[in-house]
Design a protein around this ligand. Structure first.
Ligand code: F0G
Length: 353
């Protein structure tokens, strides 16, 4: 019996990590690449979803976190800190628990989905709710790590990107080559930077023959990379990408420029609609932010951008169960048909007769 070993053991030779570092792993990575018949039909392209909600803490963050926590532990750290819109904190708390480190998380007060908060708390994190947004939290986390004996594990820690880049290795390993175009949501911009690093490294190793165009979608109210300047008061229902001044700004711009890609904005309405459609048509339930890539693809199709004949990968970054409140608001009246325990009533209400 062979079990997937987690991204460090599966790709150790390709990761810049200290020699022989022991992996703290929950067997992250190895996530499904699922065909979307719906999106393939709409675009006349071959569209694949990289379903990152299938990671141990239900978002892509686990790839980078196994690396960051493994190195922090090897370095003798006692405590780790991160700023987060929710998923990084959930992931850090889980890996810190596994490693026996103290997790401290800084999150914007009132802007974290309940599932993510539950994860951080149950894994034993000290959760500090900051009066401010993610960008304030990150500045605070950097300062704490500077002044006190606590290791910063946000993606400004380069080890995070080493783990995160394994997602593009998996895409190439599964498809046999890089896709023509790769679409994804962008918040703090670590993920798109890491994917680009992975794709370029695989090309250099001769494991692929081409590079994809990298296309990053931000929420319209939190789209600094689209506007080319920081957004002081970012706002979006897709709380995971409510970021006004991305830490990996330069790397993400380089990924766009070198790949011939672009950044574009999608509205909250487009994001929430894409989330619902993806769940209904493809059976893939993602959190709002995670639907930004799909929303972008739909917006492109509507405005006449052609993907015909291309291979397209869309990363869906986190699981829908992270934020059921927003999902249920969108479902509205669909959820509450109450009937007696009676077969005729059930058949009538279900539309069977
Ligand atoms: N999708 C989800 C579900 C996220 O949680 C994030 C980032 C992104 C996309 C954007 O990725 O930041 O690498 O551009 N969440 C961070 C967090 C900010 O704290 O969990 P990015």
């Amino acid at each position: 019996v062979h079990q997937w070993r987690g991204v460090i053991e599966e790709y150790r030779d390709l990761l810049e990590l200290p020699e022989g570092v022991e992996a703290v792993t929950l067997r992250e990575g190895g996530t499904p690449l699922v065909t979307s018949e719906w999106l393939s039909g709409l675009t006349d392209a071959e569209v694949w979803l990289k379903v990152e909600g299938c990671n141990p803490t239900a978002s892509f963050k686990d790839r980078g976190m196994t690396a960051a926590i493994s190195v922090a532990k090897a370095d003798g750290a006692q405590a780790v800190v991160c700023a987060s819109t929710g998923n990084t904190s959930a992931s850090m708390a889980a890996y810190a628990a596994k490693a026996g480190l103290k997790p401290i998380v800084l999150v914007p007060e009132g802007k974290i989905a309940a599932g993510k908060m539950a994860q951080a708390l149950l894994h034993g994190a000290q959760v500090l709710m900051v009066r401010g947004n993610f960008d304030h939290c990150l500045a605070l986390a950097r300062q704490l790590a500077w002044d006190y004996p606590v290791e910063l594990v946000n993606s400004v820690n380069p080890v995070r990107l080493q783990g995160q880049k394994t997602a593009s290795f998996e895409v190439v390993d599964l498809l046999g080559d890089a896709p023509d175009v790769h679409l994804m949501p962008v918040g703090n911009a670590g993920n798109i930077s890491a994917y680009w690093m992975g794709y370029t490294e695989y090309l250099a190793l001769g494991r692929s023959t081409r590079l994809p165009r990298m296309v990053g979608f931000q929420a319209a109210g939190a789209a600094p990379l689209v506007h080319g300047e920081p957004v002081p008061d970012p706002e979006t229902r897709a709380t995971a990408i409510r970021v006004g001044n991305p830490a990996s700004w330069k790397l993400a711009e380089a990924a766009r420029n070198e790949s011939g890609g672009r950044f574009a904005a999608v509205t909250d309405e487009q994001i929430l609609s894409a989330q619902r459609e993806l769940a209904r048509r493809d059976g893939v339930f993602v959190e709002p932010a995670s639907a930004a890539g799909v929303a972008g693809l739909l917006a492109d199709v509507a405005s006449g951008t052609s993907y015909a004949g291309q291979t397209v990968v869309v990363t869906v970054t986190g699981h829908g169960l992270k934020d059921t409140a927003t999902a249920l608001e969108g479902a509205g009246a669909l959820v509450d048909t109450v009937i007696d325990a009676d077969v005729d009533a059930a058949a009538a209400a279900a539309g069977l007769r």
